[in-house]
Structures are given as structure tokens and as C-alpha cells.
Design a protein around this ligand. Structure first.
Ligand code: SF4
Ligand code: SF4
Length: 464
């Protein structure tokens, strides 16, 4: 990993790097990065040390400040929107650590959100990249399509073929991206192949709130136990739950990669699915989804039919931990093991930087008797998952995943709590690669076990 530098490039250095690039057309007129937002950057460089792509790649152009320079240069016609510049936007994880760090309040999130659709519209990617992106965006947001594919994948995992293919080591040579996708697939439980939660689940005891619940698309396949646990925790704490059957993908995956039209279509469908449910809040247990749902008002601001509905919908969206910490737990909690239990909570970027939620999950976990929390170093640094970044940019993601897992393990905690499906998959993969057996559980799973009086099966997880 490269050492961070906070030095500001001299005016002589910066233009010379752009001037080596052939000039072509810049951004089109459809919402280019806003010059007013660009001008808010005073080039201080405080954001560099917290930027995961800069930490790994070590180049100014792969830092927030470098990318802002680049957006400005493209806006001004001093640099092209071309493969040579696009790679520096593609290397951005969209983690928004720079937004948290920036003392000048630069809205880098809005800038990169404006840049990615420009790239998707105006740049013809290589054939392998196009095929991979088409595969991702026509598959991952559709649980039923994913389920069809996952049947042969389960056979691949269970018949020994996966072991054989991995031992031959061909896949990374043929396509590092396909190899990354293969390495990230967790073993699937039978629950992955159907949605089992009913459309309405009554509260246990007195109904305190009526809430909607989002199932997510990748989560309901790759870790369906989280939705079951979330439903049990909510009902045990006096919530009646509404789960519209018509709900599909929330559009987060597409939104974070600048596939705007697809993201907007998904957003409209989801708003329609929850229309008339009269819920007090729409609850989400995956941080990437929560971040996008809270941004529907912005995403659909130019759609006259949906702008108002989208803003009203977003106002109701809460991360499930944010909601529970706010309304308070009423169910009683039991220890998860007889001895004191150390846990480390892993901050997902779209929770910490995207939604500014860090205290609430910790507050809930600390209420479990016997739990003490430890903090890892670089807690605010991305694990490399970042939606589908770990498939599209596997080398950088690999480095970040290894670092994250090492930092989590170094806390000495016996359990890792993680509230985002992407982080769960990435951390699980790197734990396995490092030969470590530490359970990675969603805070809702831990609360659920505690409410039900279940103990952690420590024998199974005694890999320390
Ligand atoms: S984005 Fe913010 S922290 Fe980064 S260089 Fe610009 S002003 Fe400084
Ligand atoms: S969003 Fe994350 S990866 Fe992208 S520039 Fe900001 S800190 Fe770096």
C-alpha cells in the first residue's frame, strides 16, 4: 500500500499531466459535473489520506482532488472524456469518505454521480467490459433471474468442480473480473431460492409502529437469514411489518454505477409498490440500498409525475438500526454466550459516509448483555466491496479487502458485525483467504439471537 501524500500539485504539474492527453469532446450538456460544486474545492488535500483508491494506487489522479481537477479540465475542454481519463473515475469506489473528510463541504458525491452517467452515455467501453456490465445489470437487480443462474452455480459449488477450477488457476488469467465474481459467491442456503416472508406480519404484543420492509435483491439470495432475523426483531419490538410482494430492486446497484435510467425505473417501481401501505417508515437493512432510497427525491427530481412522491417516500426511509435505536428496544435481551463477548462493528461506507450512521448500530449491540465493542484501525476506510466495484476493479478491491480483514482480526474480537450485504460477502471472502474463521453477522441477526435466548455456537467458530 502506498503512503498518502497531502501535498497540493503545483499548477505546473497538473496541467502537464492533462496536456499529454489527446483533446476530444468533453461532457455533454445533460447534467455535467456542476462547476459551482467543483469550485468549492480549495485543493487542500485533506481528503487524500481517507481515499481508498488513492491509498492503494497512490496517484493524484486517483484521489478526490485529482478527479475534481479532471472534471474541471473536461468541463473546460482542457482534457478529453476518453479512456485515459475515464479510468480515474472508474477507480473511484463511490465510498464518500472524502465527503465526510472535506473541511470545505465539497459535494463530491454529487460530482461523481453526475460524471458516471456521462461516461456510460459517451464512452464506448471495450467488448469484454460491455459484456460484463450487461451481465451485472441484467442479472443482479433481478432476484428471479439470479435464482435461475444460481441453481447450476450451487451444483458447481457442491460437486467439487469449484475446487478443481480454483486449483487450476485459469480463471484469473482468462478474466480477473469473472474470477472475482466467482470468488465472491457464498454457498447458498435452500432459503435463497424462494421468498418466504408473508406480505403482512403482525407485531408481537401491542403494535407500536406499522413499518414497510425492503427485502433487497442480492441479500435475499446471498444471505436470506438477515431478512428473517430483521422481521423477528421488528415484530418482537412491537412493529407490524408490511412487505409488498411487488417490490423489486431499489436501484442502488445501478445508481452507484451511473446507470441512471435503470435506477430511475427501479425507484418508480418501488415507490409504486409501497403506495397505499400507510406505513410509518420504510425500513432497510442493507446500507447501499438505504443510501439510494434516501436519495430518491434527488434521483427523480426532474420527473413531474414522481418528484413529489419520491421526496415523500425518501423522507420515510430509515435504516433499521437507525429506526430501532430511535424508537428503543422493548424486547428483553439475553447474553449470546456465558463469557463476555467482544465484537467489532464494521462501518459500511454507505452507512457511515452516505447516511452518517455510526452510533446507532453500536448503541444497539452494546445493549446485548456481556457485549463489548472494539474499534479497528482505519474503521472509516472502504473494504473494497462498494457495490460491484470488487468485480469491476478486482485488484484495488483485493488490496482493500485484505487490509480490512487484517484490521478487523487485529482487534481480537470474536464476532464481526456488518450491516451491508456487499461488505458481508467481501469480508467473508477475505477471512477465508486468510484462513480465519470468525463469524460475520448482521446486527439484526445478533439482536435476534439475543431476543430468542440463543447462544453463539462458539465451537464452530473457534478459529482464533
Ligand atoms: S475535496 Fe475537500 S478535502 Fe479534498 S482537496 Fe478539495 S477541498 Fe480539500
Ligand atoms: S468516493 Fe471514496 S474512492 Fe471516490 S474519491 Fe471519494 S474517498 Fe476516494
Amino acid at each position: 500500500m502506498q503512503t498518502s501524500e497531502n501535498s497540493t500539485p503545483t499548477p505546473e504539474q497538473q496541467p502537464s499531466s492533462f496536456s499529454q492527453l489527446p483533446l476530444t469532446n468533453g461532457f455533454d450538456a445533460d447534467n455535467p459535473p456542476d462547476p459551482t460544486l467543483i469550485d468549492a474545492c480549495v485543493h487542500c488535500g485533506f481528503c487524500l489520506a481517507t481515499c481508498p483508491s488513492y491509498r492503494v494506487i497512490g496517484k493524484e489522479m486517483d484521489s478526490p482532488r485529482g478527479r475534481i481537477y479532471l472534471m474541471d479540465a473536461i468541463n473546460e475542454g482542457d482534457a478529453p472524456l476518453a479512456d485515459a481519463t475515464v479510468q480515474h473515475f472508474d477507480s473511484c469506489l463511490g465510498c464518500y469518505a472524502c465527503v465526510t473528510t472535506c473541511p470545505s463541504g465539497v459535494q463530491y458525491d454529487r460530482l461523481i454521480e453526475a460524471t458516471r452517467p456521462q461516461i456510460n452515455r459517451n464512452i464506448e467501453r471495450s467488448l469484454p467490459q460491455r459484456l460484463l456490465r450487461n451481465l451485472i445489470f441484467s442479472l443482479f437487480p433481478y432476484p428471479n433471474r439470479l435464482r435461475v443462474l444460481m441453481r447450476p452455480v450451487t451444483l458447481y459449488q457442491t460437486t467439487g468442480l469449484q475446487r478443481l477450477i480454483r486449483s487450476l488457476g485459469w480463471l484469473p488469467k482468462i478474466s480477473p473480473q469473472l474470477a472475482a465474481m466467482e470468488s465472491l459467491m457464498p454457498p447458498l442456503s435452500p432459503k435463497a431460492f424462494q421468498d418466504t416472508l408473508p406480505e403482512r406480519i403482525p407485531a408481537e404484543g401491542k403494535t407500536r409502529y406499522r413499518v414497510g420492509m425492503l427485502l433487497g435483491c442480492v441479500q435475499r439470495l446471498f444471505n436470506p437469514e438477515v431478512n428473517d432475523a430483521t422481521a423477528r426483531v421488528l415484530t418482537a419490538n412491537g412493529c407490524e411489518i408490511i412487505i409488498p410482494k411487488t417490490q423489486g430492486c431499489c436501484g442502488a446497484l445501478s445508481h452507484h454505477q451511473g446507470e441512471e435510467d435503470q435506477a430511475r425505473d427501479f425507484a418508480r417501481q418501488l415507490i409504486d409498490a409501497f403506495e397505499g401501505t400507510e406505513v410509518d417508515a420504510v425500513l432497510v437493512n442493507a446500507s447501499g440500498c438505504g443510501h439510494t432510497l434516501k436519495d430518491y427525491g434527488h434521483l427523480l427530481k426532474n420527473d413531474p409525475a414522481y418528484a413529489e412522491k419520491a421526496a415523500a417516500f425518501s423522507a420515510k426511509v430509515k435504516d433499521v438500526q437507525e429506526f430501532l435505536a430511535n424508537v428503543g428496544l422493548t424486547a428483553s435481551l439475553s447474553p449470546l454466550q456465558e463469557a463476555p463477548l467482544t465484537m467489532v462493528y464494521q462501518d459500511a461506507c454507505h452507512m457511515l459516509h452516505g447516511q452518517k450512521i455510526s452510533l446507532q448500530p453500536r448503541q444497539l449491540l452494546r445493549q446485548i448483555p456481556g457485549v463489548s465493542l472494539r474499534e479497528p484501525i482505519d474503521a472509516a476506510l472502504c473494504c473494497g466491496s462498494a457495490g460491484v466495484y470488487n468485480i469491476l476493479q478486482p485488484e484495488v478491491a483485493e488490496e482493500l479487502g485484505q487490509q480490512k480483514v487484517a484490521n478487523l482480526i487485529n482487534t481480537g474480537a470474536s464476532v464481526i458485525a456488518s450491516a451491508n450485504i456487499g461488505c458481508f460477502v467481501q469480508i467473508s471472502k477475505h477471512l477465508e483467504k486468510q484462513g480465519r474463521v470468525v463469524p460475520v453477522l448482521h446486527p439484526m441477526q445478533l439482536l435476534d439471537m439475543s431476543i430468542r435466548g440463543e447462544q453463539l455456537p462458539t465451537d464452530e467458530w473457534s478459529g482464533e
